[in-house]
Ligand binder design. Structure first.
Ligand SMILES: Nc1ncnc2c1ncn2[C@@H]1O[C@H](COP(=O)(O)OP(=O)(O)OP(=O)(O)O)[C@@H](O)[C@H]1O
Ligand SMILES: [Mg+2]
Length: 249
């Protein structure tokens, strides 16, 4: 079972879009996938029109059994969604012992999935620290611009710091350049910078700017169902293939 945090403290870089399309792309290939939404914006639940009785707040704060918080939403795809109560959770959790390991401890009996994908909030919060300590792998979507590359550096550093402090091994297994516009000089330059500066880490082909990806959340579907022949579907299909082929120890 691979536990993968889709993480970047920078907002709007494509974390949620990547989580959804990776999940459905892997599910189409027969893998069983669980999505955990750790973001109080609740974008996963809204974008996939999830109706769930229990959510991330019940799991983390009310200590509900993890199995009871999981809702199946499609063949091979399940989710623990979240909503704005999670912001309250952040405050409550900050006063608890081993507050960075609450997710890891509460999920330890869940073994029936091939992939657990965590959609993380745009912050360096306790929830993101919980994501890092739960995950064995991190995928970092990064926008192909100046602030994007800067955020990537900070995110890599944060993961290293968490690993050092807690004796944990969360490895950055994929950098995913996003919002790429090949006609734009800044995008091309920053993609080059990412390739030059982070060549010790697997880097996917860039996900291009694509209007179908922007429309997708309203549809309640993944890009493969919403616009199968779009550039967005093409780019995410390639990413899914690369991820499915990755060696895991
Ligand atoms: N490749 C793309 N081309 C065009 N629009 C995109 C692309 N990827 C994502 N978007 C759109 O950009 C916005 C931000 O994407 P998304 O919500 O996936 O980012 P995020 O990193 O999860 O944001 P947040 O940090 O707020 O959680 C959304 O409106 C989404 O539909
Ligand atoms: Mg998001």
């Amino acid at each position: 079972m691979r536990r993968i945090a889709i993480i970047n403290q920078k907002g709007g870089v494509g974390k949620t879009t990547t989580t959804i399309n990776l999940a459905f792309g892997l599910a189409e290939r027969g893998f069983k996938v669980l999505i955990l939404d750790l973001d109080g914006q609740g974008n996963i639940g809204t974008a996939l029109k999830v109706k769930a009785e229990k959510d991330m707040y019940n799991l983390l704060v009310e200590k509900e059994e993890a199995e009871n918080c999981i809702t199946e939403i499609a063949e091979n795809v399940s989710v623990i969604p979240s909503n704005d109560t999670l912001e309250k959770a952040e405050i409550i959790l900050s006063g608890q012992p081993a507050r960075e390991s609450i997710l890891k401890n509460s999920m330890q009996d869940i073994r029936r999935f091939d992939y657990i994908l965590l959609d993380c909030p745009p912050s360096l919060s306790i929830l993101n620290q919980n994501a890092i300590l739960f995950a064995d792998e991190a995928f970092i979507p990064v926008s192909t611009d100046f602030f994007g590359v800067d955020a990537l550096r900070k995110m890599m550093q944060e993961i290293e710091t968490m690993n050092d402090i807690f004796g944990h091994e969360c490895e950055v297994k994929m950098i995913i350049p996003t919002m790429f516009d090949g006609r734009n000089k800044t995008c091309r330059e920053h993609l080059k910078l990412i390739k030059e500066n982070f060549n010790g880490t697997p880097i996917s082909e860039p996900i291009r700017m694509n209007s179908k990806l922007k429309e997708m959340p309203k549809s309640g579907k993944s890009i493969f169902k919403y616009a199968r022949s779009s550039n967005g579907a093409h780019d995410y299909k390639k990413l899914v293939e690369k991820v499915a082929k990755q060696k895991v120890i």
